[in-house]
Write a protein that binds this ligand. Structure first.
Ligand SMILES: NC(=O)c1ccc[n+]([C@@H]2O[C@H](COP(=O)([O-])OP(=O)(O)OC[C@H]3O[C@@H](n4cnc5c(N)ncnc54)[C@H](O)[C@@H]3O)[C@@H](O)[C@H]2O)c1
Length: 276
């Protein structure tokens, strides 16, 4: 097989969780460009519809957009049957990408993002999507990959899955310490946890042809304030955040036979931030 052929995903069926979000759309595009069929799971119905229309118009290609809450096992199982009905097979690629972007009330004097104020229900909610959801999808689709003798599971971690957040990035002038925003503890725990899940699965089904790797991207530029940009770029040797489409080639590499001997690894792609 030629090198270029190894990147071809013809006859592959991929699931992207949280596929209607910012990066999910990019992952889908990478898979579609390599000729895969794609199913996306998301809870945001409006965004699901928009993504479907976007790919129909841009590539004249359909994607199967399913409203699935990945914290609910019965919804994933229902989706599994719908996928089988449509494609007569289960997915051989799973990208665990969904996450909750935590929002905290700005008016409140008690900053709930801070560890000393962090509420257990918020912890449970975020863990249920970022970690439990990834485990459930891996379990439900991974077992079919193992039966079939081939598959790839890719967990989307973060540079904050390998390093600690630098809370100075989120500091705002004029606020006392107890009011300062921080990157929540859940983010570190989920992203480090996904790398643990990756190693577990990578060894669990290795003899059944299922590979599992993690991807640890740095922050994507998304109209951040000049103040934040200046601070974060000082932490990145390449002095910039990622462009939105810069991860597509890595996603394709990790999901295809181009990475056929890669298993249990974490691919860091963060402009060098995690090595500084
Ligand atoms: N954007 C970045 O700069 C960046 C950097 C590093 C890592 N990441 C990681 O990449 C992934 C995607 O990030 P993003 O920026 O596209 O986030 P996003 O918030 O735009 O997308 C996440 C998607 O997950 C969906 N979702 C939430 N709960 C769900 C549930 N219970 N079931 C199904 N879907 C659910 C949301 O509706 C949303 O569409 C995340 O895991 C994130 O942590 C992002």
């Amino acid at each position: 097989m030629s090198v270029m052929e190894k990147f071809n995903l013809k006859d592959n069926l991929a699931i992207v969780t949280g596929g209607a979000g910012l990066l999910g759309k990019q992952h889908i595009e990478a898979l579609l460009e390599a000729n895969a069929d794609v199913v996306l799971f998301d809870i945001n119905e409006k965004a699901l519809e928009e993504v479907k229309i976007f790919f129909m118009q841009k590539y004249d290609k359909d994607v199967m957009a399913l409203k699935v809450d990945i914290t609910k096992e019965d919804e994933i199982l229902e989706a599994k049957e719908k996928i089988f009905k449509k494609f007569n097979k289960y997915a051989n690629i799973l990208i665990n990408n969904a996450a909750i972007d935590p929002k905290f009330e700005k008016e409140s004097k008690v900053n709930k993002s801070r560890l000393e104020n962090f509420e257990l229900n918020q912890w449970n909610l975020e863990i249920s999507v970022g970690l439990s959801g990834a485990m459930l999808c891996s379990k439900i689709f991974g077992v079919e990959m193992a039966k079939n003798g081939k598959g790839v599971i890719l967990n989307i971690a973060s540079d904050l899955g390998v390093i600690a957040p630098d809370q100075r990035l989120y500091k705002k002038e004029g606020l006392i310490d107890s009011e300062q925003n921080v990157k929540p503890v859940t983010y570190s725990v989920i992203k480090h946890g996904l790398i643990g899940l990756t190693k577990y699965i990578a060894t669990y089904w290795a003899d059944r042809g299922v590979r599992c790797n993690a991807f640890a991207p740095g922050g994507v530029f998304n109209n951040h304030s000049d103040e934040f940009l200046e601070k974060i770029t000082n932490l990145i040797p390449m002095k910039r955040m990622a462009n939105i489409d810069e991860y597509k080639a890595s996603i394709l590499f990790l999901c295809s036979d181009a990475s056929s001997y890669m298993n249990g690894a974490t691919l860091n792609m963060d402009g060098g931030r995690s090595v500084w």
